[in-house]
Design a binder for this molecule. Structure first.
Ligand code: FIX
Ligand code: ZN
Length: 423
């Protein structure tokens, strides 16, 4: 029986849609950079089309030889992908749909695709200046802040940072440390070349140098957290260099600065090296390592996301058990509407209001438009159901509760986790 103080379904739906549209997003993991990072910034229709998700799809659909594909100039590659996935077939995949959402939201007509229409789209992008275009895209996507992925061991990126770039407050930094954690002994030589005497024996002097590297780069970038992606077989603790570097360098440096350490678990890099960046796969991980990491380092804050669908339930349960763990996003191969819906529903049921349902992982600036448009639709659907279920109990659902929940999901929960001091 419906109660006098229960909102009608249309009213509830309106509150959820309103809150999702008006709340500005804190996009907590992307691969985007501001215009003054020069070659690192990526935007425009050619970049959208040559996104690695679409490279994988077009190579597979066309049957082209890898060599022939990589031999093409980037512009020809974009045309090839447009022809293969948008002209010769229905662009049904989520990554294809994403390109069309972006073009439509920029005011372009996608109703009669042809090679000529691709050239017309290119015309619009040629007219843009990166600075003004960044403003326009972030406004269209209603994204307030994007968190970058910053690896100082990448020579191009290091040069940008060492030049002391003026900071755009909308682009926050994250110190990414995959090679530093997983690349021993080779990474010892890389650090040495940069002036850190981090010999591969990982003795106490070497470890002090790894800490110095981390501290200096956290400081230089004003990093808001430290992050790594891990394979499905990641195990903690064990007798690997990764465990030692975590325990003796990463965790102390993060602890002293109250920075979270983000673990993105489940990627099998280069399962098909011929596809380059598009060649990574995934696998189910043993999340008992995550439990041990959180439980044995109670003074550290952790963030986690997992790549395998099969790990999502365990991750949500881990989020319940460890107050120092923040569950975030539907990462990469689970960033598809069907899986976002399943995962978000389960997280609401297990974690209530305390998680971040999504991050964009955008690599091309324009992608924030579609990644957030599509995710908002799914999060909205789940929230309407969940608030309706709540109202069904007789609880009075208010607009203020809906707004507060959406604010937490899209922005505030992450901000508050960053600020939280563990007792
Ligand atoms: O490790 C990561 O941060 C991954 O998100 C990327 O490396 C991956 O290639 C990607 O773009 C996923 O969306
Ligand atoms: Zn990423």
């Amino acid at each position: 029986m419906s109660q006098a103080n229960t909102p009608a379904p249309a009213q509830l739906s309106h509150w959820v849609d309103d809150a999702l549209t008006s709340t500005t997003v804190y996009d907590l993991h992307t691969h985007l950079y501001p215009p003054n990072f020069g070659p690192l910034m990526s935007w425009g229709v050619d970049e959208l089309l040559t996104y690695h998700y679409l490279i994988g799809e077009s190579v597979r659909a066309s049957g082209i030889a890898y060599d022939a594909f990589w031999k093409m100039e980037p512009g020809t590659r974009a045309e090839f992908i447009w022809k293969t996935l948008f002209l010769e077939r229905a662009p049904l995949s989520e990554a294809c749909r994403g390109v069309l959402t972006v073009l439509r939201r920029l005011g372009l007509d996608v109703s009669s695709p042809s090679m000529k229409s691709l050239d017309e789209y290119r015309g619009l992008f040629r007219e843009q200046k990166p600075e003004a275009y960044t403003d326009r895209v972030l406004k269209l996507a209603n994204v307030r802040t994007v968190v970058m992925t910053n690896d100082p061991l990448d020579p191009v990126e290091r040069a940008v940072w060492l030049g002391g770039p003026e900071r755009d407050p909308r682009f926050q930094a994250v110190l990414r440390i995959d090679p530093l954690l997983l690349g021993w002994p080779g990474v010892g030589g890389t650090l040495k070349a940069l002036g850190y005497a981090a010999s591969a024996d990982l003795g106490s002097a070497a470890m002090a140098e790894v800490r110095r590297y981390l501290a200096e780069w956290v400081e230089r970038m004003k990093a808001i957290y430290v992050a790594v992606s891990l394979p499905p077989w990641w195990s903690y603790p064990d007798d690997s260099p990764a465990t030692r570097v975590m325990n003796e360098a990463i965790l102390p440096v993060c602890r002293d600065r109250n920075l979270p350490f983000a673990v993105m678990i489940g990627v099998t890099r280069q399962a098909n090296p011929q596809l380059r960046l598009a060649g990574d796969a995934l696998g189910r991980a043993d999340l008992s390592s995550l439990h041990r990491l959180c439980a044995s380092n109670p003074k550290n804050k952790f963030m986690a996301t997992v790549l395998s669908r099969e790990n999502q339930h365990e991750l949500a349960v881990a989020g319940r058990l460890h107050p120092n763990l923040f569950v975030f996003g539907c990462w990469w191969y689970v960033n598809n509407p069907s899986l976002i819906e399943e995962i978000t529903r389960m997280r609401v049921e297990l974690l209530g209001t305390e998680f971040a349902p999504q991050h964009s992982d955008a690599r091309v600036l324009d992608q924030v438009i579609y990644k957030w448009d599509h995710s908002r639709q799914v999060i909205g659907k789940v929230l309407k159901d969940k608030f309706a279920d709540l109202a069904e109990t007789g609880w009075t659902v208010t607009q203020e509760q809906v707004e507060r929940t959406v604010e937490g999901y899209l922005s505030g929960n992450f901000g508050r986790f960053l600020a939280r001091q563990l007792s």
